[in-house]
Design a protein around this ligand. Structure first.
Ligand code: C5P
Length: 218
């Protein structure tokens, strides 16, 4: 396959979204926020009151997701859900349904479709391990749970969502455990991935490092 893919995987609130988005912008590549697909599935399931143990029903929701990515805006049907999918409840639900093989399978094809010339930067949990195992560059972007809780706190407050550090630390730890310990596509560095700990780094520094790695392999 000649269309290059850069994968950036890592835990919740590690800053991978910001970094991946900026790297894509710099290289004029497409960008896949795979977490948004899980969040869209979660939001849709919550809206349609599909029970979280109804694996078949949830897979159907994922298969028929009427979503559209337009620049920075994300649409579900004719509703702009760009901020709605960032709510903590939606993230927590996303992380629960992401443990279901049927849901992951339903979203896999959708993700492969984002590989369009001139290239793709894909961020998530299993971009390098499962979805794009032949990516030209794989990065595992991480940060301490405290640094991540602080970043998430600022994001939420800026967007007008209520938040406390204590709740966020608890949520992050729970979500980390769920994402890392699940049987299917657990969060872990892909073989050959570069590990980037951004606890004491700005987003721009992280972007620069990823671009350097890419320049070395392209
Ligand atoms: O990255 P984000 O926090 O938006 O993802 C929401 C949830 O979706 C994660 O907690 C994770 O459980 C799930 N997810 C996943 N695989 C991906 C991306 C996200 O399981 N590639």
């Amino acid at each position: 396959h000649s269309i290059p893919v850069i994968t950036i995987d890592g835990p919740t609130a590690s800053g991978k979204g910001t970094v991946a988005h900026r790297v894509a912008h710099q290289l004029h590549f497409h960008y896949l926020d795979s977490g948004a697909l899980y969040r869209l599935t979660a939001l849709s399931a919550l809206r349609h009151e599909v029970p979280l143990n109804d694996e078949h029903g949830l897979a159907k929701v994922a298969e028929r997701l009427p979503c559209r990515f337009a620049g920075d805006q994300i649409w579900l049907g004719n509703e702009n859900v760009t901020s709605a999918i960032r709510a903590e409840e939606v993230g927590n639900t996303a992380s629960k349904i992401a443990a279901l093989p049927t849901v992951r399978h339903a979203l896999a094809g959708l993700q492969l479709g984002f590989r369009i010339a001139p290239g793709l930067v894909a961020d998530g949990r299993d971009m390098g391990t499962v979805i794009f195992p032949h990516a030209v560059l794989k990065v595992f972007l991480t940060a301490s749970v405290e640094a991540r809780a602080e970043r998430r706190y600022k994001q939420l407050i800026d967007k007008g969502f209520p938040a406390t550090m204590e709740d966020l630390l608890k949520d992050l730890r729970e979500r980390d455990a769920r994402d890392s310990n699940r049987a299917i596509a657990p969060l872990k560095p892909a073989e050959g991935a570069h590990i980037l700990d951004t606890s004491h780094m700005t987003a721009d520094e992280a972007v620069e490092q990823v671009l350097k790695w890419y320049a070395a392999v392209k």
